[in-house]
Design a protein around this ligand. Structure first.
Ligand SMILES: *Cc1c(COP(=O)(O)O)cnc(C)c1O
Length: 491
């Protein structure tokens, strides 16, 4: 399997090289030339463990890795770092099944991919024989940053630098990042929002002059954002796993369709669901849930993507995104791998802040249903689900749940549905405590404790005593100062 760019350059490389590069030379994203089929029949998924499924999926996409390398990566990633035997949780409620992806080290779903990316990357470096150290640059809307820092802390031959929007992440998210240990970790708040950080990081990645400067210091850039194909592919596994769980429990028979609902920001998570569907997993509707920043809802409705709109800070900050990077991969696929067409769309986005897709692509969008919710509706649903079933969900998952309830009401579709649950309620304790009416503390840290008392549930161990840890990183910089900050970290 070879990897190519979504913007049509002639690059055609192995997955290990794509994982190291992070982003293609023409600023496109690496995609597999075709999406492989599931290597086993649906019936055979019954009873497979998370690790077995992850090995199967990774093996199908990353064909330049040996079987032993894939086994090593999967076994090293999904071990007791996760508080569930099978890495993820799967809980049935009255309305739907919740696929809980937040039982890893940082209490959000980013752990699913970022626990394995460091192993994939170090194996890739061995295969490609690179003589340079890797500098991971990461823009984060809050959760990627910490998960990447945890994953890469003290990994030999790698430095990691994280940029997050100042005042744009939750108290817990910020504290998780600025208390990160490890000599190779660096964290900066930037004056701007997530899109500013992500655009600047993409600029730096593709700045060949700057690449020479850091090259002289012995470094080469790579990415831990979901633009890296090494982050996307591991996420395909949990969709397959959901199906296996539903089969094993007798809820569905092999071949029965399911729907999935994904709280969406950068479009990475839901794109992994789309890849799973293209591998042959019977997913009927992919339901794309947005918060008040509903650029994707509008896009799926009209075929026009437009950025000229207000940006809202919401109670689901990890979804406060207007430029959804991974959408580019979907468009490439729907265009029949027409890189020239995608290049034009992205040029139009840069220059005119909008693009309109071709009728062919627009037709393909109908595999998706898109909807949005707001913080208030999310809070009501958090309370309702807690009051009626004693089940706690976080603010991002609540966006998905709210959109799903609307979807069901509007369509009458009662297909078995999996809601992708992306964070622990404790990670957004301030909003969740307010929603369910638990006593409010003087800050986010007291809210953690109050939430635990009020609900008789446990604070995930990675979030306990966060307020007592030493703050190690505290710099706030301007977007224009990012290059200088990077050079200082690597000198
Ligand atoms: C990152 C994140 C999302 C959005 O996922 P994308 O892959 O960017 O669409 C949703 N919820 C939480 C909690 C997240 O951390």
């Amino acid at each position: 399997m070879k990897y190519i760019s979504t913007r049509g350059s002639s690059e055609r490389i192995d997955s290990s090289e794509a994982i190291i590069n992070g982003i293609a030379g023409d600023r496109g994203l690496y995609v597999p030339e075709s999406i492989p089929n599931l290597p086993v029949g649906l019936e055979e998924l019954k009873g497979m463990s998370y690790k077995e499924i992850a090995k199967m999926v990774l093996g199908a996409f990353f064909t330049d890795f040996s079987k032993e390398q894939i086994e090593y990566c999967v076994n090293s990633a999904y071990d007791d770092k996760f508080s569930k035997d099978d890495a993820v949780g799967f809980t049935k409620t009255k309305e739907a099944f919740f696929l809980e992806l937040y039982h890893g080290k940082t209490a959000a779903f980013k752990d699913m991919a970022l626990s394995i990316l460091p192993f994939l990357l170090t194996e890739s470096i061995k295969m490609q024989g690179s003589d340079k150290k890797i500098c991971i640059l990461t823009a984060t809307s809050g959760d990627t940053g910490k998960a990447a820092l945890e994953g890469f802390a003290d990994v030999e031959g790698v430095d990691i630098i994280v940029f997050y929007p100042n005042n744009g992440v939750s108290t817990v998210q910020e504290r998780q990042m600025i208390t990160q240990q490890g000599d190779n970790t660096h964290v900066f708040a930037i004056e701007g929002n997530f899109d500013d950080a992500q655009t600047a990081v993409k600029d730096i990645f593709t700045d060949s002059e700057f690449a020479k400067e850091i090259g002289a210091l012995g470094y080469k850039f790579s990415s831990a954002n979901s633009i890296n194909i090494g982050r996307l592919v591991p996420q395909v596994a949990y969709y397959v796993y959901s199906y296996a769980k539903l089969l094993s429990s007798g809820q569905i028979k092999a071949g029965d369709p399911i729907n999935v609902v994904v709280p969406t920001g950068n479009f990475g998570n839901i794109l992994a669901g789309y890849y799973a569907k293209n591998m042959g997993l019977p997913i009927a509707k992919l339901i794309c849930a947005s918060n008040e920043n509903k650029v994707l809802t509008d896009f799926f409705e009209t075929g026009v993507y437009h950025l000229d709109r207000e940006f809202y800070l919401t109670s689901s900050p990890s979804m406060d995104i207007l430029v959804s990077s991974n959408l580019e991969r979907l468009l490439f696929n729907l265009s029949g791998n027409d890189g020239a067409q995608i290049k034009n769309l992205m040029k139009s986005l840069d220059e005119n802040k909008r693009y309109e897709v071709s009728p062919e692509i627009k037709k393909g969008l109908s595999e998706f249903y898109a909807g949005f919710s707001n913080s208030e509706k999310g809070a009501q649903n958090i309370k309702e689900l807690y009051d009626t079933e004693h089940y706690l969900m976080d603010t991002h998952t609540a966006v998905a749940y709210s959109v799903y309830k609307d979807y069901k009401k509007n369509t009458g579709d009662d297909t078995d549905t999996v809601i992708v649950s992306t964070a622990s309620a404790y990670k957004f304790a301030e909003s969740v405590a307010a929603a369910i009416g638990s006593l409010r503390g003087k800050d986010g840290f007291e809210d953690l404790k109050n939430l635990s008392k009020h609900t008789s549930t446990e604070i995930p161990c990675c979030l306990r005593d966060l307020d007592k840890r030493d703050v190690i990183h505290g710099d706030v910089i301007k977007v224009g100062e990012m290059r200088k900050a990077i050079l200082n970290c690597l000198k």
